[in-house]
Write a protein of this length. Structure first.
Length: 280
């Protein structure tokens, strides 16, 4: 395996999803099931070594870049509309806590344009739903929140509900560039369930919420993004476990800002006591 193949393997291990980790690499280290990807016995032995190799490589490259070139005074941060104001505020606090404090310049956009700007070097770091591949970049989960199912047919029930029990509903989706649509699609695919989509397309998660309130169909939404009153809004579970959407920071270590971005994300994770790394 080359370095990029190791990154794919690690991404599969962290996300539990082949589609989110460019499934063409490293699949022999994993067994696949309806619940996602799980390491084989060989994979379980070798994955810690892959982590160590990539950690050391990232530190070496980032420190070399920082010593070799000038570092910008600002950090260009892209955020998905799904990212809440509380998390953005934590990023600003983390930027001010750096050894060399930085200002942030924000851009909000859907997943696809943010990914393109990160690849092109027009953004230094993005906060997005943890559904994109971007295997050449470093990833770290910085927050999670429960997902709820909005059902305009049911009424008065707020108990948790299994995904299989609501799989036959018609779901309102946003554009393909929206991270929420990707999350919903992969959730159904990973459970071997057919996703029945409403024939129209909402422009954003806000429209998904509004259209569900109008009774046009059901919706899966992060709990914090439900703004309207609904007849039924129930926590979604899968095999009894809460379904959550993860938000991650994605950045390039191979830039003069790389080491500072590492420090920024570490400070952000510590401020929210978020989960460990999801991949690199």
């Amino acid at each position: 395996m080359n370095i990029e193949a190791l990154r794919y393997v690690q991404a599969v291990s962290r996300t539990g999803s082949f589609s989110a980790a460019a499934r063409a690499y490293g699949v022999t280290l994993f067994d696949r099931s309806p619940r996602g990807a799980r390491p084989t016995a060989h994979g379980a032995r070798i994955l810690p070594l892959i982590d160590d190799v990539l950690d050391s490589l990232d530190v070496l490259v980032a420190d070399s870049r920082r010593l070799a070139g000038p570092v910008a005074e600002t950090i260009r941060l892209g955020v998905s509309p799904l990212i809440g104001a509380d998390l953005v505020a934590r990023v600003f606090q983390a930027a001010r806590s750096l050894e060399r404090p930085r200002d942030l310049v924000l851009r909000e956009a859907d997943l696809e344009p943010l990914s393109g700007d990160l690849r092109a070097g027009r953004l230094d770091i993005v906060l997005v739903p943890a559904v994109a591949g971007l295997p050449a970049f470093r990833h770290r989960v910085v927050a999670r929140e429960p997902v709820v199912v909005v059902d305009p047919v049911a009424s008065g029930d707020d108990d948790p509900v299994e995904l299989k029990a609501v799989a036959d509903a018609t779901y309102i989706l946003g554009p393909g560039t929206c991270g929420l649509t990707t999350f919903t699609t992969e959730l159904f695919r990973g459970s071997d369930l057919a996703l029945h989509a409403y024939p129209g397309e909402a422009a954003s998660f806000r429209a998904v919420d509004e259209w569900a309130a109008m009774g046009l169909g059901s919706a899966l939404l992060p709990r914090s993004k439900v703004a309207h009153e609904h007849a039924s809004c129930r926590p979604l579970v899968q095999a009894g476990a809460p379904v959550e959407i993860a938000y991650e920071a994605v950045w390039d270590c191979d830039t003069p800002l790389g080491a500072d971005l590492d420090d920024l994300v570490t400070a952000l994770v510590r401020s929210g006591e978020a989960p460990e790394e999801s991949g690199k």
